[in-house]
Design a protein around this ligand. Structure first.
Ligand SMILES: Cc1cc2nc3c(=O)[nH]c(=O)nc-3n(C[C@H](O)[C@H](O)[C@H](O)COP(=O)(O)OP(=O)(O)OC[C@H]3O[C@@H](n4cnc5c(N)ncnc54)[C@H](O)[C@@H]3O)c2cc1C
Length: 415
């Protein structure tokens, strides 16, 4: 008899679990509270810019193996595009200095030994001072593990760790930061090529998964918000959506792939991260100047990263709680000034949109990290997935896919 998997939440973690189980011949049912799949990783049409935009610019790296395998499994690996080498141009808006970090394309971090490929005005010993991060405990603070000052910090470590952890780096978990460094910088340029879903997050990472699941006979229901899990004898035996309860057979498995807050209310007593940080993205309708890099790192300004897409320039600011209540027009003007300086543009503010995700990710601090549960629960047939579960990584697509894969593997192993 075909086994049934009920996946609650159609974000990246839920979809990756669903695809894995559909490929393993499970009958898959997905329940999503909203009318759209993708969760925090989605696209939509925006009337202000007259463009389809993403809720946030999402950067993957070529070392994000689970995320790439997921894209491959839904046939869209080629939709993740980036330069042939791991090159990251930067500009410092205060000094006007420009440089390019060139991590190359090898499997060893040989760039560290080449002054022309390193961050300018840094020496090998500055990088060696980062070593304690590599195998640090997740209970340790970044600020207690490595020097959080100096040129290397300002020009590379701070931008990288702020983007990865979404907290002010010294307050972040050294263990989580170390995992990022091990899997990227330390693994050579081969693992650091920046990849972007140029045609949009939904077109590359979400809609093809939904289509594939439907082709495999999956039942995907939107507007289904799980309100309660009914249980008996240590197993979940019904999913309660308010006006509809779906009974489960003894062999059915449930994967709860919802954010921490709904997970905690559905599973009283479950410890989850409770402190979140905002990410601000803004999109400006303008053709990027000829020769624009796909991603430009910006230091010394409000803007942190500039992404060049067809017909638009988009920016990202992490750990952006200070900006969530700033008047929108004022914020747009300030961001546009940074973009003009960074990209050498002399133009009035074009049509724009600002997207402020207040609870973009959990705060990757040691205190929050210990609140992340594993995938198993008190119920034999219920597993957790989500970027906030204990993946060993900060809240990223890579962590999210890993959590979905792990939950699916546990479902497969259930007898
Ligand atoms: C602005 C922004 C920028 C980011 N940038 C990057 C980046 O550059 N690189 C990167 O790797 N990661 C980035 N991330 C993180 C990445 O988006 C997340 O790690 C990933 O999308 C999380 O997926 P998830 O499935 O774990 O959770 P979610 O996307 O939160 O999915 C959970 C789903 O569950 C649904 N749901 C909630 N409650 C219920 C319920 N009761 N019943 C049914 N459904 C329910 C939700 O509607 C949602 O669809 C960024 C995130 C944001 C917000």
């Amino acid at each position: 008899m075909q086994k049934v998997a009920h996946i609650v939440g159609a974000g990246i973690s839920g979809l990756s679990a669903a695809v894995r189980l559909a490929n393993a011949n499970f009958k898959v049912r997905v329940y999503e509270a909203t009318q759209q799949a993708g969760g925090r990783c989605r696209s939509y049409f925006d009337a202000a810019t007259n463009l389809t935009i993403d809720n946030g610019n999402h950067l993957l790296l070529s070392g994000n193996h689970h995320a790439l395998a997921y894209a491959k499994s839904i046939g869209t690996e080629a939709g993740l595009v980036g330069p042939a080498r791991a090159q990251f141009p930067f500009v410092d808006l205060k000094s006007g200095k420009r440089w390019q970090l060139d991590l190359g394309d090898g499997r060893l971090p040989l760039w560290l030994f080449d002054p022309l490929r390193r961050v300018p005005d840094t020496a090998l010993r500055d990088y060696l001072a980062l070593m304690p991060l590599i195998w640090s405990s997740s209970k340790r603070l970044v600020g207690n593990a490595i020097p959080c000052n100096g040129i290397l910090y300002q020009r590379l470590v701070q931008p990288l760790l702020l983007a990865a952890l979404n907290v002010d780096p010294p307050t972040g978990s050294a263990g989580l930061a170390g995992a990022v460094v091990r899997e990227t910088l330390l693994a050579g340029g081969h693992a650091c090529r920046p990849l972007i879903a140029r045609e949009g997050l939904s077109a590359v990472l979400i809609e093809p998964a939904v289509k594939l699941l439907q082709e495999r006979g999956a039942d995907i229901r939107f507007g289904y918000e799980l309100r309660k899990l009914d249980s008996a004898a240590g197993c979940v035996n019904a999913l309660n959506f308010g006006d509809e309860a779906i009974p489960l057979a003894a062999s059915d498995v449930v994967i709860l792939a919802v954010p921490p807050r709904p997970a905690a209310s559905l599973l009283p007593g479950l410890k989850t991260p409770s402190d979140f940080r905002a990410i601000v993205n803004a999109h400006f309708r303008i053709e990027p100047p000829a020769g624009s890099a796909p991603i430009l790192g910006v230091v010394g300004g409000l803007v942190e990263w500039i992404f060049a897409f067809p017909q638009r320039l988009s920016i990202t600011i992490s750990g952006a709680d200070r900006l969530v209540d700033m008047p929108r027009e004022e914020l747009a003007q300030a961001l546009w000034r940074d973009i003009c300086q960074a990209c050498g543009i002399a133009a009035e503010l074009p049509p724009w949109q600002i997207v402020r995700e207040r609870r973009a990710t959990f705060a990757a601090t040691p205190e929050q990290n210990v609140l992340r549960p594993g995938a198993t629960t008190a119920f034999k047939n219920l597993f957790l997935a989500g970027d906030w579960t204990d993946t060993g990584l900060p809240a990223t697509i890579e962590g999210s896919v890993r959590s979905g894969d792990r939950a699916a593997d546990l479902a497969l192993a259930m007898d």
